[in-house]
Design a protein around this ligand. Sequence first.
Ligand SMILES: Nc1ncnc2c1ncn2[C@@H]1O[C@H](COP(=O)(O)OP(=O)(O)OP(=O)(O)O)[C@@H](O)[C@H]1O
Ligand SMILES: [Mg+2]
Length: 1107
Amino acid sequence: MAKMEVKTSLLDDMIGVGDMVLLEPLNEDSFINNLKKRFDHNEVYTYIGSVVISINPYRSLPIYTPEKVEEYRNRNFYELSPHIFALSDEAYRSLRDQDKDQCILITGESGAGKTEASKLVMSYVAAVCGKGAEVNQVKEQLLQSNPVLEAFGNAKTVRNDNSSRFGKYMDIEFDFKGDPLGGVISNYLLEKSRVVKQPRGERNFHIFYQILSGASEEFLCKLKLERDFSRYNYLGLDSARVNGVDDASNFRTVRNAMQIVGFMDHETQSVFEVVAAVLKLGNIEFKPESRANGLDESKIKDKNELKEICELTGIDQSVLERAFSFRTVEAKQEKVSTTLNVAQAYYARDALAKNLYSRLFSWLVTRINESIKAQTKVRKKVMGVLDIYGFEIFEDNSFEQFIINYCNEKLQQIFIELTLKEEQEEYIREGIEWTHIEYFNNAIICDLIENNQTGILAMLDEECLRPGTVTDDTFLEKLNQVCATHQHFESRMSKCSRFLNDTSLPHSCFRIQHYAGKVMYQVEGFVDKNNDLLYRDLSQAMWKANHSLIKALFPEGNPAKINLKRPPTAGSQFKASVATLMKNLQTKNPNYIRCIKPNDKKAAHVFNEALVCHQIRYLGLLENVRVRRAGYAFRQPYEPCLERYKMLCKQTWPHWRGPARAGVEVLFNELGIPEEEFSFGRSKIFIRNPRTLFKLEDLRKQRLEDLATLIGKIYRGWKCRTRFLLMKKCQIIIASWYRRYSQQQKYQKIKSSAITVQSYIRGWKARKLLRELKHLKRCNEAATVIAAYWHGTQARRELKRLKEEARRKHAVAVIWAYWLGLKVRREYRKFFRANAGRKIYEFTLQRLMQKYFLEMKNKMPSLSPIDKNWPARPYLFLDSTHKELKRIFHLWRCKKYRDQFTDQQKLIYEEKLEASELFKDKKALYPASVGQPFQGAYLEISENPKYKKLKDAVDEKIIIAEVVNKINRANGKAASRIFLLTKNNVLLADQKSGTIKSEVPLGDVTKVSMSSQNDGFFAVHLKEGSEAASKGDFLLSSDHLIEMATKLYRTTLSQTKQKLNIEISDEFLVQFKQDKVCVKFIQGSQKNGNIPTCKRKNNRLLEVAVP
Ligand SMILES: Nc1ncnc2c1ncn2[C@@H]1O[C@H](COP(=O)(O)OP(=O)(O)OP(=O)(O)O)[C@@H](O)[C@H]1O
Ligand SMILES: [Mg+2]
């Protein structure tokens, strides 16, 4: 939506009156009251027509924000409440759009806010003018020139902590588009006396304090400075520090600004060197020295400071020292050198310091100008901003105040001239008759000062140039003579008797009635200051410096360019530059900002009426209003006027179709405003009296209230109507939505019912179809079964038939065979006897038998008893014969086999047979023993002489002599023993010695136990109570267990006729002395390879692990 443009006016929400022209009644009190009222409401700006009165608020107000800038941008002057931005905007726009060079004249006394106002104007213009990298740089340089000049040119005074001690006029140059191109700064009369002396409570220029507070130690050392202010005579000590001023940070700001403005590093360095030199000059002190010829001489007390200055500035020390001691005067090619006494030496020192500093300041301005100067030669539009020191009235007013006040007189002059001129021009432009206006014209005061013959400045110059003794008093005398009759000049010594008795006027003073008040000037120092003398020796010493900046500051020191003509005096220089300035200003469209200081305490919220009243008077503001109001108090172009008041008349409200002027005429006629109260200009309506305007305003206010009610009424009606319409519309929409919704619901219901019904029907149909299909399938299956059965029946029937047929065929064949046999027998009976058949049969049988045996003879298997081959049976009837034959043959061949054996061998086989019966399929060790021949006497007892004793002890036949392991009952470890079995005894003997350890008669052996596994352990159980049993049963192990057990069994049987009990079990009890111990065989341990191991587990268990 396009932003609605709201037409506002200065007159809206006005506090007091925004434009003093509208003040009613117009007098000093109402004027001050209006200002105060506005000031109390933070309205620090008020207009007098197009002049802005600015009251220093002494605190930061939130009225300079970027938003405010936007608010005032491109708005008409009277559209918004008074503001410095409105003036800046007006000036900038008329410069840009109407091609009129502008100047902004800011006046007011010290501390009234001129410098701040000038900065606000510049920042506003910078904010609204063109943008872009290059333009921004120009803007930045223009803005940053301020901190540099303020540091060097401003100082704390009793009136203002940041008082400008120089006048400044800055031309900002723009191109045709309104983009800034550059600028030119002019400076006016720096108050250089401040360098060497400051009034009580005031400071030297800021830069001295900034450099000492803010520079690094290293930099200070370079400049040969110390941080302590008290070290320097030129720095007034009583207010070295200023509240709210941070000198150190300001120093950084200044250096930064210098960099932005374009100072090279070496230039900055040189500048600070000069500043340091000035500061140090103050520390040079002189002492008197009398010469023989009676002349007073002076001498530098301590040359150290001088040395350092010379080092800093590259001046030859002796040259400078001489310059402080002698003065050379050249006249008519004659050079006369005179010595300087102490006072003169101090004068020379201070003059040098002042000159150095003020020339440095001018150089800075020139250098800044070089940086900010426009780079193009195209035609430029110019906006000048003048921030010049305000009117000053001190207790002691000297030459500086005189000059400053003169400048202010000139400005007032130009103000009056231009305001009146403008007013007059407007009247002419608008075709309105011009009426004479009474006002005070200060041209007469200007004349008193600047008149070329009788002006004070002229006389001062004359006095200065005059040969002979010239003092301030002679000057005053002269003044008294020449100006005595002047209305605005007052002096006690004047010939005019008016002031003879005026004790308030000392003899050494003269008083001028300035437009802004009476000011009394101390005449002392006028001549000196006007002369502004620097001894040539000093300027020459400076020129000789090996320091490019200082050299450049003193061109007159160059001996080659010696100019015997006196330089122009300070007064005439100033007069000339003011004249140039005035000329310059006259060519431009002026805009005024008149600054007013509300109190002397630099305090916010304090409005000292007396002080303000004084300023209003000397600024001539009331005159200003009167001039403005002389003819007509208020004027306004027709369009905005009609726009503002059109609601007061039926014809013009709400729209006027014709030209604006006609509309205003109709309006004013309708309102019955007397004709003498207004006048119609070409483009503006002129209202003579503010009363009329306020009446219009009141009517408008009243009408606005009515209109507001009307609008409210219409608005409420409109609101209700629109609300009703909206509700109606909403109702229709809701209803339609509801209908749609309910129809949707209904439709959904129907749809789902239809789907349900449909699905039921489909289900029913599907089931019906399924039933039919199932029926069909069953029918098919039944048909198949029936067919199968039927085919079966058919097949069986066919089979039966075929079988029947086969049987019949067979029967037929048999019958046929019988019948044939019968037929044959009947035929051949006659050829055979009755028993021939049997005989044939027997014969056939015989023949078959014969054939069988003959064939058997050839097919006989081998004679090996283990050969299992036997020919197949040839005829079924021979089956039993064939089996019997096989048995007989086997028995026969076994007999044959046995018959080959000797008795010895037979015995062995008997034993083997016995072993087989005892152990086959019972003990796993058995199969391995089958192939081993039973040797019995493994140990050659009879042959081995080692066993001779044993042989001798055993007289019976030895059946077994073998080494066995006897298991130790305590720990299961084995010990070797010789096991002997004789016909009646079992003996155990020591293997090494052959001594018999135990002897058991066979009758006492009751049982032998062993495991079913592949081990050689066996226990020999002894009969309880027998002698041998006292030591307990034997648990032995042998490699020939099967043989030993078999032989033991057989020997026991043959001797005792009793079968020895052989128990094969993996767990058996063995009697050890009193205890029975269980010997348990477990399978699986591979610990000792394939050797079974025996281990005593506990008292009751001996475990044998068998691999
Ligand atoms: N618009 C403002 N808003 C806030 N403070 C202000 C404003 N104008 C001035 N001041 C305050 O008043 C002080 C003095 O203002 P400024 O230096 O502009 O005075 P001046 O008229 O230039 O004085 P001089 O003639 O001594 O240079 C400023 O340092 C600032 O503190
Ligand atoms: Mg200032």
